[in-house]
Structures are given as C-alpha cells and as structure tokens.
Design a protein around this ligand. Structure first.
Ligand code: GAL
Length: 423
C-alpha cells in the first residue's frame, strides 16, 4: 500500500509528458486486449472468467490477456499499474474503484481516456444509478464503466458455530463483544481477521467508525469536516481495541480470503468483510443462508458502504479499440449478469435480471435502494488518495500497540498534512 502511494505524486509529472506527446496512434486491427485486475481469490477469479467468456462470445476475434496481480483491494496491483502508466506501457484496460481512486489518481493527471462518446454510442447515459455515474465522472465526463456495486462492512457468520452456541448475529458492537466473550470461553476464535495487506484492519475500523458516528458524521469525517480529534473517534478506537482481543493470533500473516477460510472451516465464528467474501464462500461450495448467514456490520443497519469496481482505459493504451470492446462487455447486461452472481456483488445496471441473484444479493439490492449510502476509505478511498497511506499505517500500528491516543493524534495530523481535512 505504501509502495503504491509513493509513486502517485510522481504521476503528475508523468501526466505532463503524456500531455506533451499527445495520445498515441490507435492500432488499426485490434486483436488483443490486456485486462489488468487484482482478482485472484475464489469468487473474484470465477467472476472474471465468466465475464471473459461473455466477452469472447461478443468479440470472438479479440484475444484477452489476463494481467492479474494478487493482493486484495489492489494492495499490490496499484503500484504495478502506476509504474506501467509512468513507463508508457499501460495495460489496455484496468480495474479501478469509482471515486477518488479513479478521479484523483488517473483522471486529473490526464492518463484516463474520457468516455463521453463511448457512453453515448452504447446508450449508457440512463443505465446506471446517478450516484455511480457521479463517482466515475469529472467535469461532466465519465472516465470508467461501473461493473458492480459491492457492499462493504457485512458481518458473515458460520451457521453451525452460531447454532451450536445459541447465538444471533450481533446488531451492535456491545452485543458483538458479549457474543465474542462467550465464544472465546468455549475455545472458538470469535472474529477472523487477515490483515497481511493492511487495508483489512482499516476496513474493520471504518465499520466501527460508521457504527459509532452514524452515516452523516461518518461522511463528514471523510470529507474533512468532522474532526478526527472528536471524542466519538476516541470511542471508536476504544471499541476497536476491545474487538482486537477476539481475533485469530496469526491475523498478520493471512490475506482477506484466507481469513474468510477460517470461518468456512469452522475455525472462527465470524468475519467482517465486503460481500466479495460471499463470492469466496459460494465459490468454495457454501450455500447462502444454509452454511453461512449475514447481517450488516454491528451497529450499521440502515447504512450501506458502497464500493464500485469499474474499468477505465488509459489514453496511451496500445489497443484502444479492443479496450472499448472490453468496456462494452463490462457495460452489457449479459456481462454484468455473468460476473456479479459469482463475485458477490450486485449489478451496476438498473435493468439487469434481478431474478438470477440469490437471497443475499436481492437483499443487498433492496438495501442499496433505501439505505444511507456512504463511502469506504479502505476500498475506495473516500478521501484524497494521499491520506490513505498514513491512515492505513496508523491503524496497522494501532493493531500492534493498541495505543488509542497515539493513533488518534497520528490520524488527525495526517489528515491536516495531506490536505484531506482542509477540503
Ligand atoms: C475490493 C474490490 C473487490 C474485491 C476486494 C478484495 O477493493 O472492490 O472487487 O475484490 O477488494 O480483493
């Protein structure tokens, strides 16, 4: 993650070079498209393969090169992407979260291709919810195509373990702590955590922040208008401190999907993760509602942390026409309906076939339509990307030293220093 952000400031200089030399010539006969993602875990990889199949049916003469870099949430991929962009050797199309990750990193620096004409030619102007189009647009022009909506901050639980211990999914962090104490006394790890790539503990923290602050102050916090020095943030850190007493000891060596595997194998009772974890569970043979249950992360009912995976095209893509073919498959109903049931997400398009989605996803669709929609920092990010590194590091340190005062002042200082609080 740190590596990723080290390179971002240098992008502006590289953007000047791109602007000076202008966009490269388009390949005359596109025959290949290099698709850059970080989808390697169960569910993620299956979704991508299903989308690729739809693409191949729609564009049989274009070959897909799968450029995939392991590491959830782009923790490794984004650094590679930045290096390739700066080196003038970008992939033809790349996976990117809607919001600041796309706009602040690749749009404002001049790297991403504006897609106004593409949206018009594909008839996409009315096909996505307004909020998603806003997340991928800058100065009125769209720069990527949303493939899905993920819900971040879901509590997943192993039904057998819950039934054996007479537990209901906790609806507050206080209820979580009570259930966790009971499980720990019986020798069961209450909460699976895998924060090898660091973003996972930031993600847990943002779920606790949302529960403690409520959606309005939570939004204001990321906008820089709610103070990080507020006692509510202290309270959230104290809760996190208590929650950390109930995670698996080897959390620092596991990835998010390995941690989900602990729940799958009954070695832990719960995890709190985005609904890509549902894709992981079902890819491993678990049945929705039978083997595992879910609930909003404790204390967050009525709020929905929105994460949208999108695809963009670099201006310097070698195979621009083929990249736009990929985007057309991403934008299509068959593409979205092949990908999302396997990925755990819901379709970005409002006219996809809802009937083919399982009970979890139908519930997510209903919640997305009525809940307070709020952003994620760990999978987004919600702020200027420059703030992501120091807050990720501050929480990673907090996981080790559990020092509430130190973490709070480090985050508040980083917010000031990166300008994220002056917005
Ligand atoms: C998120 C991404 C998801 C999922 C997850 C774990 O940031 O939006 O698609 O793959 O990371 O890799």
């Amino acid at each position: 993650m740190t590596k990723q952000m080290d390179v971002v400031p240098r992008l502006v200089a590289a953007a000047v070079v791109v602007a000076a030399v202008g966009a490269p010539a388009r390949a005359a006969a596109p025959s290949t498209v290099e698709v850059f993602t970080y989808w390697t875990a169960g569910g993620e990889a299956d979704g991508l393969a299903a989308l690729e199949k739809v693409f191949q049916a729609q564009y049989p003469s274009t070959k897909v090169t799968n450029a995939v870099i392991a590491g959830g949430a782009g923790s490794n991929a984004n650094a590679v992407l930045a290096t390739r962009m700066q080196g003038g050797n970008p992939p033809d199309t790349f996976q990117i979260h809607g919001g600041a990750e796309l706009i602040d990193t690749w749009v404002k620096s001049g790297f991403a291709l504006p897609l106004t004409d593409f949206y018009r030619s594909q008839g996409l102007d009315q096909k996505f919810p307004k909020q998603l189009v806003e997340l991928v647009s800058y100065q009125g022009a769209p720069y990527s195509v949303p493939l899905n909506v993920h819900r971040n901050g879901v509590l997943w639980f192993n039904r057998k373990v819950f039934d054996a211990n007479g537990l209901q999914p906790p609806d507050s962090w206080a209820a979580f702590l009570a259930a966790a104490a009971k499980l720990k006394a019986k020798g069961v790890t209450p909460l699976a955590l895998g924060d090898k790539d660091k973003w996972e503990s930031l993600q847990l923290f943002e779920d606790i922040l949302l529960a403690t602050l409520g959606p309005e102050s939570y939004r204001a916090l990321w906008k820089g208008t709610f103070a990080w020095t507020d006692p509510k943030v202290t309270e959230a850190l104290r809760t996190m401190q208590q929650v950390l007493a109930y995670v698996n000891e080897d959390h620092a060596t596991l990835t998010w999907d390995q941690a989900s595997g602990l729940v799958l194998r009954g070695r832990a009772a719960m995890n709190v993760m985005g609904d890509w974890a549902k894709g992981y569970f079902t890819a491993n043979g678990w049945k929705v509602g039978v083997d595992f249950g879910w609930a909003p992360a404790p204390g967050t009912k009525g709020s929905f942390i929105v994460v949208t995976d999108t695809f963009a095209v670099p201006k310097a893509a070698k195979h621009r026409d083929a990249a736009l073919e990929w985007l057309a498959a991403v934008a299509s109903v068959p593409g979205q309906d092949a990908f999302n049931p396997k990925k755990g997400s819901i379709p970005a398009r409002t006219d996809a076939d809802r009937a083919i989605y399982d009970a979890y996803s139908q519930g997510a669709m209903a919640d997305f339509a009525r809940d307070a929609l709020v952003p994620s920092e760990a999978n987004g990010p919600a702020t200027a990307p420059a703030f992501l590194v120091p807050i990720t590091d501050a929480i990673a340190t907090f996981v080790v030293d559990k020092d509430v005062a130190r973490a709070q002042s480090a985050i508040a200082a980083a917010c000031r220093d990166t300008g994220a609080c002056a917005r």
